[in-house]
Ligand binder design. Sequence first.
Ligand code: CU1
Length: 525
Amino acid sequence: MSDAAHAHDDHSHGHPSGIMRWLTTTNHKDIGTMYLWFALIMLFSAGTMALLIRAELFQPGLQLTNPDFFNQLTTMHGLIMIFGAIMPAFSGFANWQVPLMIGAPDMAFPRMNNWAFWLLPVAALMLMSSFLLPGGAVAGGWTMYPPLFIQGGISYDLTILAVHIMGLSSIMGSINIVTTILNMRAPGLTLMKMPLFVWTWLITAYLLIATMPVLAGAVTMLLTDRNFGTHFFNAAGGGDPVMFQHIFWFFGHPEVYILILPAFGIVSQIIPTFARKPLFGYASMVYATASIAILSFTVWAHHMFAVGMPAAAQLFFMFSTMLIAVPTGVKVFNWVATMWKGSLTFETPMLFAIAFVCLFTIGGFSGLVLAVAPVDIQLQDTYYVVAHFHYVLVSGALFAIFAGIYYWLPKWTGHMYSETLGRWHFWLSVIGMNIVFFPMHFLGLAGMPRRIPDYALQFTEFNQIATVGAFIFGFSQLVFLVLVLKTIKGGAKAADRVWEGAEGLEWTLPSPAPYHTFETAPVVK
Ligand code: CU1
């Protein structure tokens, strides 16, 4: 942090220090920092699980794991990446940037902000410790489908409780974000002048408030089925296991957009800066984001084509899913149009943002393939699905998170990161990521099932390629860790205007560092 920032941000007088400072902080920047560190720790934890999975799959047969432990790894990898890494990382960005970008002194409910964060490590510890319980962690997949989930051991109840706590955290965080954005904008900063990142988080927060209680309801019914003799999902007692899938995916599909809309927001901040042009089609970006959010409630059964449903229902969910490609296409068009004839430069944030546009679009297209009901029935539970959602979540959500970190780290720390290390991290990540996940399309089309520790011989080569890619991708994240630590500890002082040539867009950056927030909305040139 720069000296000037220290003068304004000095909270040391009469305030706790050391660990108590972090436990009790109500400062949005502190809480944003904690969210980001928590997300990074979870990324490395769940990433280690992914490497164990890939090591096991390097060749057919069982090498490192038994089938049950393998399934525990896939479940926990998914749960922790979603609820521990991606969502908290976006919460970190929201905490740092939303107040700064709208000219608010802090979040609307600073104490609730602290509480929302500190629930997360509790939930994560509960989830992780379930590996050590009798019977091990949940092995039925992160989607927790009955009847398998109803039969599991004590860790299944612990997982339900952890999901409740994470949901509580998300709801409190979202109420805070909505209230802050709607009530605490600087005078003159109308909704349609807000930076795109703020817009995408406002819409994401509404999605969270609408869907987290649905997930809570679903897992509560699992809890009572498991412990209190109800039969919501038990066919023998008149219940319906498929109903769980309907309820789960009514949460689960909007959740997909919870994991990607803030990424759209980050990329929409970065591309104009490095193209030195205002964002093309600002209003259409806002409406496209809102359309995606609304449509996301109408597509849930595309995850369940294989359970069997009337042709009319298959058609409805197929076409509603395809419809989402329209607003998403609007966004991709706008990002490309923003770059068109711009004065482009390719610093690390821009590299990750461009990779996002290209590679997320691959994930979008494979999503369209999967939307086609008869095709989906063929590809259900194959590696094609794994390839699809990892293009969306790794080269989509995670790359946007990296882009945003590189973009704002100079503002957050007062130091410039190493562009050399940043480029190494980018190229190793982008190459590694494609080596892991592209061959999975072929494996899936050839019929290799997901969540299985062993496979038939003909799948060997593509699995070996994928595993090599996974270790390249995984270990290149250590470059990122070193870069972040070096940037925090020192390095060149960041300029007031970090990204030169984007002055006309200053107020959306925000730059220079708003250690004091502005009183009225700055005029966009
Ligand atoms: Cu979906």
